[in-house]
Design a protein around this ligand. Sequence first.
Ligand SMILES: Nc1ncnc2c1ncn2[C@@H]1O[C@H](COP(=O)(O)OP(=O)(O)OP(=O)(O)O)[C@@H](O)[C@H]1O
Ligand SMILES: [Mg+2]
Length: 285
Amino acid sequence: MLADASMHDHLSEELFVHLNPEQEARLANAPAKIDVRDLNFWYGETHALKKINLPIVEGAVTAFIGPSGCGKSTLLKCFNRMHDVEADARHTGEILMRGPAGLMDAHDEHIDPPLLRRRFGWVAQKPNPFPSSVYDNIAYPATLHGLTRSRRELNDHVREMLEAASMWDEMKDRLHESGADLSGGQQQRLCIARALSPRPEVLLMDEPCGSLDPISTERVEALIHKLRGTVTIVIITHNMEEAARVSDFVAFFKLGEMLEYGPAKDVLLHPKNPECLAYLTGQFG
Ligand SMILES: Nc1ncnc2c1ncn2[C@@H]1O[C@H](COP(=O)(O)OP(=O)(O)OP(=O)(O)O)[C@@H](O)[C@H]1O
Ligand SMILES: [Mg+2]
C-alpha cells in the first residue's frame, strides 16, 4: 500500500494507546518475551533479514511496519519456526524465547518444534476458519492439545475463548453454524478465538485487519486492547494510524534491516532514522 503523503500529520497524540497506571508499571518492568540477537535469515540467495536485534516485550503489543518485501512476515515466521519446511532457508543468530527455564534459543537442540509452535497463535491477513462449525473451530485445537477432559470442560472452554474474543453474545446461538457463513469481520474474530484456544504465550498477527472493513477493523483493534497484558502480541500493519492505535512499541524495517525501534509515540511521531521519517511521510510505499 502507498502511504498517504500527509499521513504523518494525521498521527495526533490522542490516537495513541493510553495505559492506566497499573498497565504502565507492568510495561515498565516487563522482560523480553522474545529477544532477537544478531538474526540473519536467507531464502536461498535472498538475504531477507540482516543482523536484527530486537526485544519483544512480554505482555505488550509490538507493531512491525515498513514497505512491502522488507522482511516483516519473514521475521514473524522465524519466531515460531514456520520456515523449517522451506528447503533452502537458513539463519544465523539467536531467537531467545522466555519460558519457565529462562531464555532458550528457538533453534536449541532441546526444543521440539511442534511444542515451540504451540506457544504461538497465528492470525493471517485473510480470515481462514476451518470448514466446520463455530464450536469446532475453537474446540478442535483444545482437544488436539488435550486441554479439556470432558464435554462440559470443552463447552466451558469454547465459551471462554469466544468471550475473550468478545463474540460470545453474537455466537452463542450460532455455535453449530459453519464458520464460513459468518461475515468477514466475524470470521477474523473467530480466527483470533481459535488462535487463543491452545492458550498461546504469543499471538502473531500478520496484517489481521488487512482485508476488513472499518467497523470490523475497530472490533479487532478493540480485541487487541482487551488482550493487552494477557498475551504478548506482535502485529504487522501497513496502516500507521492502526500502529498508533494498538501498539506499545514499533519496529520499522526496510530491505531486511530494522532501522528504528522504540515506544510507539517516539517512532511514529519523532523517528530518528531518516528512512523511517521518509516512510511515515509517504515518500516511499
Ligand atoms: N518463501 C519465500 N521464498 C523465497 N523468498 C521469499 C519467500 N518469502 C519471502 N521472500 C522474500 O523475502 C523478502 C521479505 O519478504 P516478506 O514476505 O518477509 O516481506 P514483508 O515485509 O512481509 O512484505 P509485505 O508487506 O508485502 O507482506 C522479499 O524479498 C521476498 O520476496
Ligand atoms: Mg508480509
